[in-house]
Design a protein around this ligand. Sequence first.
Ligand code: SF4
Length: 183
Amino acid sequence: MVDWHKISLEKIAKQLETPDGYIRVSGPLEHDNIVNGEGLRAVLWTQGCPNACPGCQNPETWDYEAGELRKIEDIKEELASFRGQSGLTFCGGEPFVQAKACKEIADYVRKELGWNVWSFSGFTKEIIEEYGREPLEFLKSLDVIIDGPFILGQRDLSLRFRGSKNQRLIRMKVGTGKTLSIE
Ligand code: SF4
């Protein structure tokens, strides 16, 4: 029998190794986005994903060596130039394989720009909590995680911000990762 729990832990352990102060992105930063979370949002598209969900809409974001390596300081500066945004959403790729870099950016936009922070993940919240380390610290820095892999057989285009029924929109207490509500 396939042990999905063990496979998930092995996948999240495959952290992408970027030099300190850098993040690997799959495309340009976006602003005024209204489809990846509530309000007007900036979006950071991370590069690298170990999940390989059948039916993934962004397979070009899987490769750990593709995309562009960008300085985190430059990302911060560009985000600060966006006006009227209420938050930042991390999309992928898989943001949690670059958890350290994502947390640094999440902390910056919350503290310096007053934004809320959301992230998508192909991992469940429980797997991130069990694995711990940098992924757990990034989780704790979020207001919302939309978790779980995209499952083609459970696709539902009527869901808000999600692609398949297994995915959950989980609101959390910032700083602890405690679940406040699940949609
Ligand atoms: S986690 Fe997201 S980016 Fe990765 S394979 Fe699944 S749908 Fe694609």
